[in-house]
Design a protein around this ligand. Structure first.
Ligand code: LMR
Length: 389
């Protein structure tokens, strides 16, 4: 049976983690996988998370099964953060807990396939896992224009006009904020024009919101998503708590689906639960319980917000530092989130790894939080020869 299977290349991004770990050079720099790092290069457990975990350890009454929807109170409290109070109260929106943002994307993909959607459009470039997630669910993945390497910004005209090739009922995958890998973000006006285009072409948006709070702040980072959901009849929102609660390996996320009517929404929810049951039966509890404990308690929630704001401020300080280093990096100051795409090729990425112990994926995407006041000058000197004049 298994003789028909081919060997597969290792996941390129996860391979960078392993290569960096194995490198004995003491001054190595990891700007690879998208995890927040503090000034010492660590990815600490957030203080609010530690306190919530202590409370759970002391008081959690049971670990008996919850159900395919996971911890519904977690999802409902998180809806207030992601969607804002108005949309969170909508009877057309229903949400369930998922194993991370990837679980949310996959559950949404399965729901789309079950609903008869055939094609999803993703931007060029996008997170390398987007394509596989949707293809594995049986959807056709097509690419629309998005990033202009010349300006290191969004080519809005090409973006919107490439959506003219989409058929009514096609789905469009959008990054809610802090675009991975480019760091770009749509302005409020650009969101408005995108909403008009989606409505004109009768396309269904599927927003991936994985970095809320790490760009401009919790509400600002969700503003585009909220505008979109308020304007269209149907939409999906995949959410990850990996980065903004630093719960990466706990796999905490949620999927919300907005339907045209509450009646349709009830069938959507039933279908989500049936699909979740066959995919993972029930999502892992611990991380979601931690987020629930934080959001249920005003003091813990305030502490979490303050920590998140400090992380966001550190990333933005590093962006300013990096942008000042070379004219080719100037746009990094206006971008947001963990990532920026360096204008360098795969050969340069390899040379940086071999000669300078600097680790990033072949695309030239860097995780800005991997830099700090001590290594940024060495990083700048190493990449300078590849940036042109
Ligand atoms: C990244 O893009 O680095 C993160 O989203 C981690 C991952 O799973 O790829």
């Amino acid at each position: 049976l298994f003789g028909a299977l081919d060997r597969q290349p290792p996941d390129a991004l996860l391979a960078v983690i392993g290569m960096h770990r194995a490198d004995p050079r003491p001054d190595k720099i990891d700007v690879g996988v998208g995890v927040y790092r503090d000034a010492s290069g660590a990815t600490p457990v957030m203080r609010a998370v530690k306190q919530a975990e202590a409370r759970l350890l002391a008081a959690q009454p049971s670990k008996a099964y919850l159900g395919a929807e996971g911890d519904q109170r977690f999802t409902d409290l998180l809806a207030g953060i992601a969607l804002g109070p108005e949309l969170a109260a909508s009877d057309r929106i229903t949400g369930v807990q998922t194993p991370g943002g990837t679980g949310a994307l996959r559950l949404g993909a399965e729901l789309l396939a079950r609903s008869g959607a055939g094609t999803i459009w993703v931007g060029t470039p996008t997170w390398p896992n987007h394509g596989p997630i949707f293809r594995e669910a049986g959807l056709t993945v097509r690419h629309h224009a998005y990033f202009d390497a010349e300006t290191a910004g969004i080519d809005e005209q090409a973006f919107l006009s490439s959506l003219d090739a989409a058929a009514p009922g096609d789905v469009v995958l959008l990054h809610g904020c802090c675009h991975n890998p480019t760091g770009t973000a749509l302005s409020p006006d650009q969101w408005q024009r995108l909403v008009a285009k989606l409505a004109e072409r009768r396309l269904i948006p599927f927003v991936d919101l994985a970095y809320q709070g790490l760009g401009r702040g919790l509400d600002a980072d969700a503003a585009g998503t909220r505008t979109l959901l308020a304007a269209v009849p149907e939409a999906l929102l995949a959410y990850s708590c990996d980065k903004n609660f630093a719960l990466y390996r706990e796999r905490v996320g949620a999927l919300w689906v907005q339907s045209a009517t509450p009646e349709t929404g009830a069938a959507v929810r039933d279908t989500m639960l049936v699909l979740a049951r066959s995919l993972w039966s029930m999502p892992p509890d611990h991380g979601a319980a931690v987020v629930r404990v934080i959001l249920e308690d005003d003091d813990l929630a305030a502490e979490w917000r303050a920590e998140l704001d400090a992380m966001c401020a550190r990333i933005n300080r590093l962006r300013t530092l990096l942008a000042a280093i070379h004219p080719a990096l100037a746009s990094i100051a206006d971008q947001q989130g963990l990532f920026a795409l360096l204008p360098i090729d795969a050969a340069a990425v390899e040379a940086l790894r071999a000669q300078h112990a600097i680790y990033m994926p072949a695309s030239g995407r860097i995780n800005i939080a991997g830099l700090n006041e001590d290594n940024v000058a060495r990083f700048a000197a190493a990449i300078a020869p590849y940036l042109g004049d």
